[in-house]
Design a protein around this ligand. Structure first.
Ligand code: FAD
Length: 350
């Protein structure tokens, strides 16, 4: 079918894409959101059932509509976020097309062509908001191919059932590792290994404080000043299950092993530990494969930007992914603030 014109095509219908949609709509811009998923909720649809947000609902909201407080009054889980995002896109009647996976964005005269399962669009601007869930990161470790047990990444973890009574090596020093360790240590023999000693925040500090810190850091960086404060969005928030695990004494991390053996892992000092499972809670990378034809990535795999606008392709904006596209823009509360600036900038140029 022939290519359709649009002022703006947003790629990705997770929280970042919805926040962009909210402000583009308010700015009166003609746009469409293409999302690869069958259903609303972005990556939150795929998270493990016990995941808890690191901020309370009041501090996890997109623009315009507060996230309801969960019935138990605690930190929201992933299903709660999916329900909120589902309601959000319906309430604002955002123009979503699903499933529509974008294979490529390419230059096409004065427009960008967006090729997807649902057809091609010719857009004056493209907003890429495809998140990171789709690119799990596992560091290379010598011997990993010879391991006879099971290896999986956070993205493939769906709860503790398959791990009963098994010896599980949990790798990673962030919130995912700590929350999964808290849960698995109740049914499995767990060992926790981290590259650096993990940082557990005091009980009264949650994602709000980390978000404020991310914002102050971003401002300082823009002003050429030194980064203020210590801590960051990777620090471990003491949500209830993590507090309980700490009080049980299981939040004790070993240094990272240096190689994997067929039956377990080995450290540089010669010590070894057998295990049945290695669970890599080692994070994610931006899902930017659809932008490959534009050839914009630097050696770190990022696309250099001024705010959200790609330096080498001013018709392309990036939203979410990490602090480099806006302070805490890969969090629920941070996405809105970055999206507002993005929509203002695009509307001014149209
Ligand atoms: P996503 O939710 O991944 O949405 C992107 C959408 O784009 C998806 O629907 C995807 O299918 C689609 N897509 C991808 N590629 C294409 C393509 N080529 N074409 C079309 N569509 C495509 N943040 C918080 O604020 N609080 C928390 O407590 C918190 N906890 C987290 C815990 C974990 C374990 C993780 C991984 C993240 C957490 N985050 C948290 C961070 C962040 O809020 C999430 O990563 C969030 O899902 C990012 O939203 P997004 O819209 O950028 O990406």
């Amino acid at each position: 079918s022939p290519a359709r014109p649009a002022d703006v095509v947003v790629i990705g219908g997770g929280q970042a894409g919805l926040a962009a949609g909210y402000y583009l709509r308010r700015a009166g811009v003609d746009f469409v959101i293409l999302d690869a998923q069958e259903a609303p909720g972005g990556a939150w649809q795929h998270a493990w059932p016990s995941l808890r947000l690191f901020s309370p609902a009041q501090y996890s909201s997109l623009p315009g509509r507060m996230m309801p407080i969960p019935a138990d009054g605690g930190y929201p889980d992933a299903d709660h976020v999916v329900a909120y995002l589902t309601d959000y896109e319906q309430r604002y009647r955002l123009p979503l097309i699903r499933p529509a996976k974008v294979q490529a964005v390419r230059r096409h005269g004065d427009r960008l062509a967006v090729d997807s399962d649902a057809g091609t669009w010719h857009a004056r601007f493209v907003v890429s908001a495809t998140g990171t869930w789709w690119r799990p990161y596992v560091p290379h470790c010598p011997g990993m191919r010879d391991f006879r047990g099971e290896q999986l990444h956070t993205a493939g973890y769906h709860g503790p059932e398959p791990f009963h009574d098994r010896r599980v090596m949990i790798v990673g020093g962030g919130n995912s590792a700590a929350q999964i360790l808290a849960e698995l240590s109740q049914v499995a023999q767990t060992t926790w290994v981290t590259l650096r000693p993990p940082r557990l925040l005091p009980d009264e500090v949650d994602g709000r404080a980390l978000f404020d810190l991310a914002t102050r850091r971003h401002r300082a960086a823009l002003a050429g000043q030194d980064a203020p404060g210590v801590g960051g969005l990777g620090d471990i928030v003491a949500v209830a299950p993590v507090r309980e695990a700490r009080d049980r004494g299981v939040l004790k991390a070993e240094p990272m092993f240096s190689r994997i053996t067929p039956d377990g892992v080995a450290w540089a000092d010669g010590s070894t530990a057998p295990c049945d499972v290695i669970l890599w809670c080692t994070g994610f990378r931006p899902a930017l494969g659809h932008l490959a034809p534009l050839r914009l990535r630097d050696s770190d795999g990022r696309i250099p930007t001024d705010g959200t606008r790609a330096l080498a392709e001013p018709r392309l904006h990036l939203l979410g992914y990490g602090d480099w596209t806006g302070p805490a823009s890969a969090t629920l509360i941070g996405a809105g603030r970055t999206a507002r600036r993005l929509a203002t900038e695009i509307a001014a140029q149209l």
